[in-house]
Write a protein that binds this ligand. Structure first.
Ligand SMILES: *[C@@H]1O[C@H](CO)[C@@H](O)[C@H](O)[C@H]1NC(C)=O
Ligand SMILES: *[C@@H]1O[C@H](CO)[C@@H](O)[C@H](O)[C@H]1NC(C)=O
Ligand SMILES: *[C@@H]1O[C@H](CO)[C@@H](O)[C@H](O)[C@H]1NC(C)=O
Ligand SMILES: *[C@@H]1O[C@H](CO)[C@@H](O)[C@H](O)[C@H]1NC(C)=O
Ligand SMILES: *[C@@H]1O[C@H](CO)[C@@H](O)[C@H](O)[C@H]1NC(C)=O
Length: 213
């Protein structure tokens, strides 16, 4: 009897931990995507923590998706919860938001997933001279084959079919970076990067300022 009870107990308390590490740049918008489906039962709930602080709560059965606790601990206006997947977006991230994010799901089983977020304070604005070669890195080191990486300049998609206006651009499929050779004046402006992997979505804006001679 005791053995059976023990086995039952063990099945209820399975604690599966997934770990993801991501490096982003200050100012990025970062979405942490859970691998686990958020349960919708009456007794099910989930919470996101930053270190030991609770920053968001989910109760799907009651339709509650709250980030108000995060507002009080340094994330004011920065957090968004996806009400389907439970993914957490931190917009305009700062270096003091670097650390360990944990999603704890409580229901018939307890599951937690951790995301270690490093925030670097690289420059978001580059000043170059016309004719220079400029490489824009993603900063994400383990790009996988299925990851979606999209660069944009205004509303022009730099990953689209070869555009004669962007003949001087070279895309590196392995790293996701782009290199602009012999950069022209009309290529100064705002560039946007979006990376969508199985674990995170990252959105970044950066500016290239071209000074003449
Ligand atoms: C989820 O959010 C969308 C967009 O804000 C809204 O239209 C939808 O009703 C919400 N669904 C639930 C279950 O809260
Ligand atoms: C920039 O100007 C050059 C010369 O007029 C033109 O050939 C090129 O298509 C322009 N590039 C972009 C991105 O608009
Ligand atoms: C890079 O990826 C694009 C789109 O997925 C593909 O069309 C192209 O052949 C790839 N280039 C190399 C060198 O793998
Ligand atoms: C990210 O990729 C997933 C799977 O391919 C897709 O369903 C989702 O719409 C993408 N999200 C964004 C913001 O591009
Ligand atoms: C671009 O560079 C010039 C000269 O260095 C500077 O005066 C200007 O403020 C810069 N513009 C932006 C948008 O950074």
């Amino acid at each position: 009897m005791r053995n059976i009870f023990f086995l039952f107990g063990a099945l209820l308390l399975v604690d599966v931990v997934f770990g993801v590490a991501v490096t982003v740049m200050e100012g990025d918008s970062v979405t942490l995507k859970p691998h686990t489906v958020i349960p919708e039962g009456e007794g099910d709930s989930a919470q996101w923590k930053f270190g030991e602080l609770i920053i968001a709560r989910i109760n799907k059965a009651k339709g509650r998706f709250s980030t108000s606790e995060g507002d009080n601990v340094g994330f004011k206006g920065r957090l968004k919860l996806d009400n389907q997947t439970g993914s957490l977006t931190i917009t305009n991230i700062r270096t003091d938001h670097a650390g360990l994010y944990t999603l704890k799901i409580s229901g018939t089983t307890e599951t937690s997933e951790t995301f270690s977020v490093t925030v670097s304070d690289n420059v978001k604005s580059l000043s170059v001279t016309e004719g220079d070669t400029v490489t824009l890195h993603t900063g994400v080191t383990d790009i996988q084959r299925d990851d979606q990486i999209q660069w944009k300049f205004g509303d022009q998609d730099l990953n689209g079919p070869d555009d004669t206006r962007w003949r001087n651009i070279h895309r590196n499929n392995e790293t996701g970076e782009i290199t602009i050779r012999n950069i022209q004046r009309n290529q100064s402006g705002d560039y946007e990067l979006e990376i969508n992997t199985t674990s995170v979505i990252l959105h970044r804006k950066l500016h290239i300022n071209i000074s003449g001679e």
